[in-house]
Design a protein around this ligand. Structure first.
Ligand code: PBG
Length: 324
């Protein structure tokens, strides 16, 4: 038995040779915030380096992404007007529909994933139809079907329903199949926790709930077995990829899904995870590059195939010169 494990680590060449986990540019998805309007490039204060763009300004961001070979983006729309139902989400002139048309036309090499939800589009900020203070299940599913068909028909390459509404994957799958979109994959936010780490996103996307919270539909951070129930439910409804969100506080859950299902696993390193690393680094309390790499490696090591992260550009830049 080798009791001198240092021998593995003394020289860089051997350390690299023995690395069990690797990061590759094609594993990353970059989230994009697109705001209805003109000439907008607004920094998100709690997320240094992240901006909200209007479509007429988005080219600089897209060209940067394509130049570094990042082709997959997750679109979040910020509409000019909200209403009770979030009707912008299925309108032909909705911000996501406009974005899909524009990006497909000008950048056909992009792979466009849409977040399928209502919270950025409703006046109350909840993820569906509110009836007598509660989320109305059937009406919410009905509107999810409309939104999904609309995204598909305007050019989405994959749909990512994020509302944690029971039955959402089955409803969307059926709607897509009945409308000629059997080929479109669904990446379900299958295991999404009611997390404080979404704070900066809600500032970025104007999606703070105006009353209450999302604890009645998002998961309790204390629970792990329940994550399996959520995952199996989505598998049985036809999900193609399962997502766990947030990532770093839930590595055990990523690992569990990796062990117990055969589907590809995506992990979302959310806004608060990004903000924490950025903020500590700005204070020079941690090394940003090393903390970023370590966090991404641990998400991979836990079993994620795909990582959605606001660090996508930073890490891919590093991977151009270094093997990790
Ligand atoms: C819902 C959605 C949210 C995020 C992604 N999709 C917000 C929420 O559930 O409140 C959060 C992502 C992040 O924090 O980076 N449309």
């Amino acid at each position: 038995m080798n009791n001198d494990l240092r021998r593995y680590r003394q020289q860089e060449a051997l350390r690299l040779m023995l690395s069990e986990t690797h990061l590759h540019p094609s594993h990353f998805i970059y989230p994009l915030f697109i705001e209805e309007g003109k000439s907008i490039k607004k920094p998100v204060p709690s997320m240094p380096g992240i901006f909200r763009y209007s479509l007429d300004m988005i080219h600089e961001e897209i060209e940067e992404l394509l130049a570094m070979n990042i082709r997959t983006v997750l679109l979040f729309g910020i509409p000019r007007n909200k209403d009770e139902e979030g009707s912008n989400t299925w309108s032909d002139d909705g911000i996501v529909q406009q974005s899909l048309r524009y990006l497909k036309k000008h950048y056909p090499e992009l792979f466009l994933i849409t977040d399928v939800c209502f919270c950025e589009y409703t006046t109350h900020g909840h993820c569906g139809i509110i009836h007598e203070g509660h989320l109305h299940h059937e009406k919410t599913l009905e509107n999810l079907r409309r939104q999904a068909i609309s995204h598909a028909s305007h050019g989405a390459d994959m749909l990512a329903p994020s509302g944690m509404i029971d039955g959402m994957v089955a409803a969307i799958r059926e709607a897509l199949n009945n409308s000629g979109f059997r080929h479109l994959p669904i990446m379900s936010y299958a295991v999404k926790y009611a997390s404080s780490f979404y704070g900066p996103f809600r500032e970025a996307a104007n999606s703070m709930p105006q009353f209450g919270n999302r604890k009645s539909y998002q998961m309790n951070p204390a629970n792990k077995r329940e994550a399996l129930l959520e995952a199996w439910a989505d598998v049985s409804q036809g999900a193609d990829i399962l997502m766990v969100k947030p990532a770093l506080p839930y590595l055990d859950v990523i690992h569990l899904l990796r062990e117990k299902t055969a589907l590809p696993i995506a992990a979302y390193q959310v806004s608060g995870e990004y903000a924490m690393i950025k903020a500590a680094a700005q204070q020079q309390w941690i090394d940003e590059k090393q903390a970023m790499i370590e966090s991404l490696l641990s998400i991979k090591r836990a079993g994620a195939d795909i990582i959605i992260t606001y660090f996508a550009k930073d890490i891919v830049k590093i991977l151009q010169d270094e093997n990790i």
